[in-house]
Design a protein around this ligand. Structure first.
Ligand SMILES: [Zn+2]
Length: 297
């Protein structure tokens, strides 16, 4: 089946008037830095993959394994896990580190208990509304990395996500591994999604994420040319693999820290475990004083 045909069926095939900016936007008060958040499979089709530990001292790589011990009830100052648990002064918001062009943002430059929740691979007509309801319940704003062909099938849902105050970001058109693709194909994957999201929401996305976190020089450059910044993650509970609600919950709670960018999925099939885990770990984090943010658009 040609999913792209669905775009035309949806009447969204000719969107040349809309699109992403052509200049790299200002990073604002967030300075991206390399490190942290290794690649993850993150594909709804179940593509295998192995998380890669971060080489950076500022990032923990992926979340702890399912066999890790339960979350300790230690005070914040004694916790030893987290994306920026021992942040470098250079990551202070007051002294942002100059952004290297094309370098993904893997964690927020925050010393405070600030977390960015990111939801990938939607929109999904069954899962996304439930996730939106949960986030609304807790007053949390998140970033949704949408797959273009899914968004083309659910344009009303795209607008609903934006209407809830969440940020809409670009997760390519078909969720391919970008590393082996030609520049033309990479540009098509990103540009088409930019155009669709811009048309659906009235606003071009300013962040993009490579499927599986599999960045390439070409994708980073093309994304920048389209006016988007790359965002990775620092906490990956591997929820895409459906390891169980308790495993997802434990992995998030064990790995999260000030400045963490958490990866969850609302697309790719049955996400009941992810949804149940959100209901488990979000109130815990709130009780611990965490606040949630979506990096500025
Ligand atoms: Zn994905």
């Amino acid at each position: 089946m040609s999913r792209r045909l669905l775009l035309s069926v949806a009447g969204l095939g000719l969107l040349s008037a809309a699109g992403c900016a052509t200049a790299v936007p200002s990073p604002g008060d967030l300075a991206a830095h390399a490190g942290g958040g290794g690649p993850t499979p993150g594909t709804p089709s179940g593509r295998a993959g192995t998380p890669t530990p971060s080489p950076s001292p500022t990032g923990p790589g992926t979340a702890a394994a399912a066999s890790a011990p339960p979350r300790p009830s230690a005070t914040p100052s004694t916790r030893t896990v987290g994306a920026v648990n021992v942040p470098s002064p250079s990551l202070s918001p007051a002294a942002p580190q100059p952004r290297r062009v094309g370098s993904p943002l893997f964690s927020l430059p925050s010393h405070d208990r600030l977390v960015a929740l990111t939801i990938d691979d939607g929109p999904d007509p069954a899962n996304t509304p439930v996730v939106l309801s949960i986030l609304q319940q807790y007053g949390i704003r998140a970033t949704f990395f949408l797959i273009g062909e899914n968004a083309a099938r659910q344009p009303a849902l795209v607008r609903e996500i934006a209407d809830h105050g969440h940020h809409i970001a670009n997760h390519t058109w078909t969720h391919p591994d970008l590393r082996g693709l030609s520049e033309t194909t990479v540009r098509d994957e990103l540009q088409r999604t930019c155009d669709l999201l811009h048309t659906a929401t009235g606003r071009a996305p300013t962040w993009f994420r490579a499927p599986g976190g599999d960045w390439s020089d070409v994708s980073l450059r093309v994304g920048a040319e389209l006016g988007m910044r790359p965002m990775g993650w620092s906490v990956d509970p591997q929820d895409w693999a459906r390891p169980g609600t308790s495993a997802i919950t434990t992995r998030v709670l064990q790995a999260v820290g000030p400045g963490s960018i958490v990866l969850n999925h609302d697309g790719g099939g049955d996400r009941s475990q992810t949804i149940a885990a959100l209901r488990m770990y979000l109130p815990v984090l709130i009780d611990e004083g965490y606040r949630f943010t979506a990096p500025p658009q």
